[in-house]
Structure formats: C-alpha cells, structure tokens
Design a protein around this ligand. Structure first.
Ligand code: A3P
Length: 319
C-alpha cells in the first residue's frame, strides 16, 4: 500500500494498492475509507459532487457479488410490469445491468434522460453509504440494499475479478485473494464497513432503506418480492397476485432462466471499457455454501472471528 496523500478532505485517494495475486492487473484506490477500482474512481467522485436525486428514485445499492444482478432484474420487472409481461420484457434480450443505469458510470446518460423527460426511477450504485451523493441521503428517495454471506462473496469475487478482460488470471492463488479481502482491500471494501454504513442508516431511517439478504431471498422469494414491490412504491394488487404476476416475475428473473438466455450467455457488458465483462460472468453458480470448496479451516476461523468482532451488536449474520 503506497500512501500518496494524507490531507483530510482531499479529493485525491489517500492510498493505492496493486493486486499482486492478479498479476498486478488491477489497481485499487482508497478514498474516504473504501477501496475502488481505479477506473471507477472518477465517475464516483463526479456523481458524489453533482448527482441530484429525485424523490421518486429507487437506488439499488450493493457491494459487488452480493446478488445485484438478481435484484436489478426483479426491481426492473416490478417497475415495468404494466408495460411488459414475461413474454415481452426487455430482460429477455438485455443484460439486467444494461436495464438499470449505474451511477458511477452512467451519470451523463441518467442526466440526459432526465432532461429529456425520460425519467426512469431505478439507478444502481456500489458506493458505500457515506460516499453517496448528498441528494440521495437528503431526498425522499428509496434505497434497497442487498447483502450476502461473506464467504460466498469472497469466492464469487475471486472468480469474477480473475476473469475480467484486463485481468484474465488463470489459477490465481485463492489464499492471497482471501488474505487481501480479509484485510479489507477489495473493490468497494471493506465489505463489512459497506454493510454497516447502510445498516446504521437503515436504523436511523427505516422508511428509506430496505435491507434484503441474498440467502433469505432464495429461501422465500415470493414474500421478498412482495416486500420489495411495496417498499419501492409498486405494490401488487390482489388481482395481480391471483393472476400469477408475482410468480411470473420470479420465474423471469430466476437464475436458471436468466443464465440460459442467449443475451446472458454471449456478448459483453460495456464492450468499450477496459474492464469489459463477459455477460456470462454475472451468472456463475448462485450456490449457497460454494465457499466450502475453497476455504481451509484456518480461513473459516479467521473470517468468523472477524465477523464476530465487526458485527457484534448488530444482529447481522454474514458467516
Ligand atoms: P456466484 O458467483 O456465487 O455464482 P452480483 O450480481 O452482485 O455481481 O452477484 C453475482 C452473484 O449472484 C453470482 O454468484 C451469480 O451467480 C449470482 N446470481 C446472478 N443472477 C442471479 C439470479 N437471478 N438469482 C440468484 N443468484 C444470481
């Protein structure tokens, strides 16, 4: 970690880190206590300084690899259900990430659409709560936050970042990836601080932030989809429920359905980006407990202890 500035309130990142386990192909910058991929830093700053949230906005906030793709698909399907049903949804031909603009990258597009009266309420971001544009915090908009078992996040993150177009590291050492994540150095990390920021804010204002847990959604998707729809202001009517609208949205957005769509099996997300991502990388296994294939007993002990320390008194369970 090389310190490059120490002044408080500086707009410069205060440290940088190059991931050696990725053959030095990924550089992270630390700003306001969190790490970001270098390529996203400028967009994050610009959004922080200029983005104006509206009260009808709904923000999908998450740490990477916690189920963002699924949540985006569900929220998009819920909000657009009057216009599109399961046989005409853009989700059938468009990657969920291309259906919902990403604040750190799509600021200009979001603003252009708004200026042209094409307001679409959904916006996604991986920014930590403390780094959100102030207008998001102060307006009456809604925030939906998804989180997931830390061990599965580490494994999912490991696979994802080793396969980006400018990393492509075969057989990257999982132990080094684990150790770095454990030290809090990861894209948007420390993961626990990311969650704690939103958790604290949700306690301060429960009307503004809905907390969803990936594993709970898998256990009971129907009631979580209903909760989500109600919270974001698009509740299902009894008629819709009886007509199977909720079930259809669940099927449309299911892992099995999305991963088998042609669009999600081929092509790239942000093809012109240095970090362009093959669409299929967003749909890996979606298996709870996949971490058991990767973690040693020592890693389990270390991460469980860390979670006990970091999350004590919150009721949050990430193990
Ligand atoms: P795995 O790598 O464990 O398979 P994100 O969307 O935040 O990048 O998270 C990616 C994780 O969510 C991946 O986990 C991916 O397989 C899983 N995922 C993607 N689409 C999903 C869906 N529709 N339902 C459940 N999980 C999904």
């Amino acid at each position: 970690m090389e310190p490059i500035a120490t002044m408080e309130n500086t707009l410069e990142p205060v440290a940088q880190h190059t991931c050696s386990w990725l053959n030095n192909s990924m550089k992270l910058l630390n700003y306001q206590g969190f790490w970001n991929i270098e390529d996203f830093h400028e967009g994050a700053l610009l959004a922080q300084k200029t983005f104006m949230a509206q009260s009808s906005d709904v923000f999908i906030c998450s740490y990477p690899k916690t189920g963002t793709t699924w949540l985006k698909a569900l929220a998009f399907a819920i909000i657009t259900r009057e216009k599109f049903d399961e046989s005409s949804s853009p989700l059938l031909t468009t990657l969920p990430h291309d259906c919902v603009p990403y604040l750190e990258k799509d600021l200009k597009k979001i603003e252009e659409n708004r200026n042209n009266s094409k307001h679409f309420p959904l916006v996604s971001t991986h920014l930590p709560y403390t780094a959100l544009p102030r207008s998001i915090v102060s307006s009456n908009c809604k925030i939906v936050y998804i989180y997931r078992n830390i061990k599965d996040v580490i494994v999912s993150y490991y696979h994802f970042v080793t396969k980006l177009s400018n990393t492509r590291v075969v057989d990257a050492p999982f132990e080094e990836a684990f150790n770095e994540f454990y030290r809090g150095i990861s894209w948007c990390g420390p993961y626990w601080d990311h969650i704690l920021g939103y958790w604290q804010a949700s306690h301060d204002d429960g009307h503004k932030i809905l907390f969803l847990k990936y594993e709970d959604m898998k256990k009971d998707i129907a009631s979580n989809v209903k909760r989500l729809a109600e919270f974001i202001g698009y509740p299902f009517s009894n008629e819709e429920e009886n007509a199977g609208v909720i079930d259809n949205i669940i099927k449309l957005c299911s892992f099995e359905n999305l991963r088998n769509l042609e669009v999600n099996k081929s092509g790239y997300h942000r093809p012109d980006d240095p970090y362009r991502v093959e669409n299929q990388l967003y749909f890996r296994k979606a298996k709870d407990g996949d971490w058991k294939e990767y973690f040693t007993d020592e890693m389990i002990e270390k991460i469980d202890k860390l979670m006990d320390e970091k999350l004590s008194g919150t009721g949050l369970v990430l193990k």
